[in-house]
Design a protein around this ligand. Structure first.
Ligand code: PEP
Length: 260
């Protein structure tokens, strides 16, 4: 059995009031006692981090934020820093999600600064990359992915891969109901691992956790996670319901056990 446990992260995006967040986190924390073979991570909006942290106390479920700013403190109205996230109990932070790139103009250079800031504060970055539909149709997928990893991870040390997570999320599959086929996803995941091996060496490349994201559901999670280079999922819509998120986790554990 491969060493790394399947890694299942729920990105709640800009959803849920405090009572709703508490209820969902409590249900997942309760179910997680039977899902100890997976690393389960929840990324609520900033407003609900404290509430979800309380709900997860005593469980193995980890807390993540959805974004951060690279400066440590100061006059940056509306921003939240890596030390603040650490203080709030976050073990992970999502960086460079395609919605941040699309609606807030984030670029690889900023993703890089955020990734460095997170690592410096001991918060593990979940760095998102992925091509748009137009880029895929023009046959540019692998170039886009290579550029995003190179730009986003510039200056990152080989040792950082013990805590760094990469999420491959084809933009055309996020929130659209269109999932990449297991073959399409695996092709890109294998390319990411190969690139990491050529830049950082085989050890860090094998150590890197590479998630797939884009309309993951209970029905497609077994086949996706059965692929060699898919180590887990970043789940959006289906993470807003305890039952579907738990079912995805169960299917991922089942696929992981059967993997050579
Ligand atoms: C995401 O937001 O990272 C995501 C993959 O969303 P969805 O699962 O809804 O496609």
């Amino acid at each position: 059995m491969p060493k790394k446990p399947p890694f299942i992260a729920g990105n709640w995006k800009m959803n849920l009031t405090l009572p709703e967040a508490r209820k969902l986190a409590e249900s997942i924390a309760k179910a997680a006692t039977g899902l100890s073979e997976a690393e389960i991570v929840l990324a609520p909006p900033f407003t609900a981090l404290g509430e979800v942290k309380k709900a997860l106390e005593g469980s193995s479920v980890r807390l993540a934020a959805q974004n951060l700013f690279w400066e440590e403190k100061g006059a940056f109205t509306g921003e939240v820093s890596a030390p603040m996230l650490k203080d709030a109990g976050c073990q992970y932070v999502i960086i460079g999600h395609s919605e941040r790139r699309q609606y807030f103009g984030e670029r690889d250079a900023g993703v890089n600064k955020k990734t460095q800031a997170a690592l410096k504060s001991g918060v593990s970055p979940i760095v998102c990359i992925g091509e748009t539909l137009a880029e895929r149709e023009r046959g540019e997928t692998m170039d886009v992915i290579s550029r995003q990893i190179q730009g986003g991870l510039e200056g990152i040390g080989a040792g950082d891969f013990e805590s760094l997570v990469i999420a491959y999320e084809p933009v055309w599959a996020i929130g659209t109901g269109k999932t990449a086929t297991p073959g399409q996803a695996e092709e890109v995941h294998a390319h990411i691992r190969e690139k990491l091996a050529s830049w950082y060496g085989i050890g860090p490349a094998e150590c890197a956790i590479i998630l797939y994201g884009g309309s993951v559901k209970p029905a497609n999670s077994f086949a996706l996670l059965s692929e060699k280079n898919i180590d887990g999922f970043l789940v959006g819509g289906a993470s807003l319901e305890a039952e579907s998120f738990i079912q995805i986790t169960r299917e991922a554990i089942r696929a992981h056990k059967e993997k050579k």
